[in-house]
Write a protein of this length. Structure first.
Length: 323
């Protein structure tokens, strides 16, 4: 199996893991405050990654440490706002709102890197923003919107969306320049550290020990945080950002299916239309738009690096090549 195909399949697996855990996290927040839970979850993941990638960490350099810390700060902001928002909204809405981060990537590239975007990307962004509006702003009496009724959890999730979009932009180049084992371990460790510092400052820490909470911490710490982010960091070395965006559109679908099965959650007509518009915006931007200058340069660098490395022979695989 080629590295490209393997990377696509593993990224789908990572997306499935992320989507299915929205319900798990929502249930865990009955027993712990958002940042306290996320601190423990991230710490478990960091310990897991240190043990798994212990042979790669001694070669850590200052540039790779800096790159990992940059990604970790963005990851911290994303998870802090997302988990706090999830405590106030539903798993399906949180997942669909989060998925819009992939549409915001070209918009942020335009704002911060002055990289031009074509008409299809603009169309995708506008479509997704329309979906975000329908999902977050409820209708009023005879009006299309009632801003006074906007859910605070949805607003917090939108802030997380921006952080996740920036994280998507910087993690690709970081894993191309430095060993992905180092980047993924550092980013999780930094996020855990910052989460632990922020928890007592912005919330009243609450933790009610229970079997369900312990199970949620172990499951979410090992699978979506440690394993899935490792798969993402490895896979994005061999997949262009547009392919990544398409695969990630499955995350809210997996989350909605899990929430429907476990919590019997159903989206209303307005929210359902918004969810479809978000997915449509992501697909339009990913499939019809031309790759940006940054995406093209990243893909060329990846293809050049891949051409220098022969496909691994049996018994001589790198980590995750044998997965």
């Amino acid at each position: 199996m080629s590295r490209s195909l393997k990377a696509h399949l593993l990224l789908v697996l990572a997306t499935l893991i992320w989507g299915a855990t929205f319900v798990v996290v929502k249930a865990a927040l009955q027993f712990a405050s958002p940042l306290t839970f996320t601190t423990i979850r991230m710490t478990v993941a960091a310990v897991f990654l240190v043990l798994v990638f212990r042979k790669s960490l001694p070669t850590l350099t200052r540039p790779s440490l800096y790159a990992g810390c940059s990604v970790g700060v963005l990851l911290f902001l994303g998870y802090a706002f997302q988990t706090t928002g999830l405590n106030l909204t539903t798993p399906s809405k949180s997942a669909f709102l989060t998925s819009s981060s992939f549409v915001l990537v070209p918009l942020l590239l335009l704002v911060f890197w002055r990289i031009r975007i074509d008409l299809w990307r603009i169309t995708g962004i506008a479509t997704a923003l329309a979906g975000l509006f329908l999902m977050t702003v409820p209708a009023g009496d005879g009006r299309i919107a009632d801003l006074a009724k906007v859910n605070a959890g949805d607003l917090l999730t939108l802030i997380a969306v921006v952080a996740f979009a920036l994280q998507l932009i910087v993690v690709g180049p970081a894993t191309q320049r430095f060993p992905f084992q180092q980047i993924v371990t550092i980013q999780i460790a930094v996020a855990a550290l910052l989460m632990g510092v922020a928890a007592p400052l912005v919330e009243t820490p609450h933790l009610q020990p229970s079997v369900k909470l312990a199970a949620a911490i172990l499951v979410t710490g090992a699978l979506p945080t440690a394993v899935a982010f490792s798969l993402q960091a490895w896979a994005q070395q061999f997949i262009p950002a547009t392919h990544t965006a398409v695969i990630f559109t499955l995350e809210p679908v997996f989350a909605w299916l899990t929430s429907l099965i476990v919590m019997k959650e159903r989206l209303g007509i307005r929210a359902g239309v918004g969810a479809l518009l978000i997915l449509a915006g992501v697909l339009i931007s990913a499939l019809l738009a031309r790759p940006s200058q940054l995406e093209s340069s990243q893909l060329e660098a990846t293809q050049l690096e891949a051409s220098r490395q022969p496909e691994p022979q049996p018994g001589n695989e790198r980590p995750l090549d044998c997965v």
